[in-house]
Design a protein around this ligand. Structure first.
Ligand SMILES: Cc1ncc(COP(=O)(O)O)c(C=O)c1O
Length: 426
């Protein structure tokens, strides 16, 4: 072990093997950066990222090197840590990896909603224009309203209803349907009034869309979903190129206290290494399943059971009238979540129990495919809606699982109808 001095005098502990001298060039592809953008923070000879769990870090041994808090420059260098409520090695590594993937400096939080809350504390908007989307985000806004009197407007409010410093909160693709909104159009609307555009891009992770390219001022991800990708960590991320925003958010995070735990940060670093392949595969499989189901609804052979059970399938790939901007904003494929509107509530309630591969659970973005009768977690949703998160199983196995499920459901329905309405005696 050796001690190395950092520019503001805080000493970082390092192992004997020197880290690579610089980050890989930003001209590398995202899949390369997801594995190497943190090379300069690798202080050990480990190939796979090391896990640091310490909450506190030793100061310099030489008293002459001690720099008291009032003289320290912020931000600290990324490998100089004092106390893990400010920064810690693994979550810093996660942020270092996310920066080139999100094309902006970023800051991580203990959950997606913690990130959202931190952003609203930072911006203190007088008004927020927001659509239906994830119900939990409305819970955060209710807290903000309680604290600041902030008003909540509809997403399609008139532009004149917005003013400087207000926020347009756009979730795209949107929970639970996976349908998308035009980011550019909402950026123009917000900016025309001096308002900011926040895009919750949880359903369209890096590789599928880049909201900053289309005018978003800040992007939020519930990293719990695709960034984590294995249903085993909670994480939130905010990324912004606006002057001072990320630095300001990071400063306030110290007092909100909503940092990621070191174990979760480590799981995140592990997960980002496979982000691109996971998301591309999930998006491709989702597109195939949606197209198969939609084809059945449109009259394809063998689709009688689907037509008896399903009213409508919803997903960005079915937004025929929006394809011009959609192909520009999501050039590599659409989000891996879609929704099925069943013919009635009873069918929606019972389909998940007929499936073997799709697990009946909330959340999304993991390697395991999930289905959720949305009424289980969203008190205001149409009770006929099922949300499907496509995982990494082969799409044909998922298709066959759904097919068998629809058949079992309709057979059960027919048997129940026959029992309750026995044929009239001759
Ligand atoms: C679109 C969206 N945003 C934010 C969140 C909140 O994320 P977390 O559960 O990590 O707080 C979710 C959770 O499902 C979500 O679907």
């Amino acid at each position: 072990m050796s001690l190395s001095a950092s520019s503001d005098g805080i000493k970082a502990i390092s192992h004997t093997d020197p880290p690579p001298s610089s980050s890989p060039p930003s001209t590398h592809h995202p899949s390369t950066l997801a594995i190497h953008a943190d090379d300069q923070l690798n202080r050990s000879t480990d190939v796979s990222p090391a896990l640091h769990v310490s909450t506190t870090f030793r100061y310099a041994r030489d008293p002459n090197d001690l720099v008291p808090a009032k003289d320290q420059k912020t931000p600290h260098p990324p490998d100089a840590h004092i106390y893990s409520r400010e920064t810690a090695p693994t979550s810093t590594r996660l942020e270092t990896l996310l920066t080139p993937l999100l094309h902006a400096p970023c800051v991580t939080y203990s959950s997606g909603l913690a990130a959202l809350h931190a952003l609203y504390v930072f911006l203190r908007p007088a008004r927020v224009s927001i659509g239906q989307g994830y119900h939990g985000s409305h819970g955060v806004l209710a807290l903000q309203t309680k604290l600041t009197g902030c008003r909540v407007l509809a997403l399609d409010c008139a532009a004149d209803d917005l003013g400087p410093g207000d926020v347009v909160h756009l979730e795209t693709p949107v929970n639970p349907t996976g349908e998308a909104f035009c980011i550019k159009a909402f950026a123009e609307k917000a900016h025309a009034r001096g308002a900011y555009l926040l895009v919750d891009a949880t359903f369209g992770p890096p590789g599928l869309q880049d909201p900053l390219e289309w005018g978003a001022d800040v992007v939020m991800h519930a990293g719990t979903k695709y960034l984590g990708g294995h249903s085993d960590l909670l994480c939130g991320v905010l990324a912004s190129r606006r002057d001072g925003w990320v630095q300001g958010l990071r400063g306030e995070r110290t007092y909100l206290g909503s940092v990621m735990g070191s174990l979760e940060g480590w799981l995140g670093v592990r997960s980002l290494r496979t982000l691109e392949v996971r998301v591309q595969r999930q998006s491709g499989s989702c597109g195939r399943l949606v197209s198969w189901l939609h084809g059945m609804l449109e009259g394809a052979g063998g689709g009688e059971m689907v037509r008896e059970a399903v009213e409508r399938v919803r997903h960005a790939s079915l937004q025929a009238e929006d394809m011009e901007w959609l192909r520009q904003q999501m050039p590599n494929g659409y989000g891996p979540v879609f929704a099925i509107m069943m013919k009635n509530e009873g069918l929606a309630r019972r389909l998940p129990s007929k499936l073997e591969l799709f697990q009946h659970a909330t959340s999304l973005g993991g390697v395991e495919s999930l289905i959720e009768w949305r009424a289980m977690s969203d008190a205001k949703i149409d009770t006929r809606i099922l949300r499907i998160s496509v995982g990494l199983e082969h799409w044909e196995d998922l298709r066959d699982d759904l097919s068998r499920g629809f058949r079992a459901l309709i057979e059960e329905e027919n048997t129940a109808n026959a029992t309750s309405n026995p044929p009239a005696p001759p």
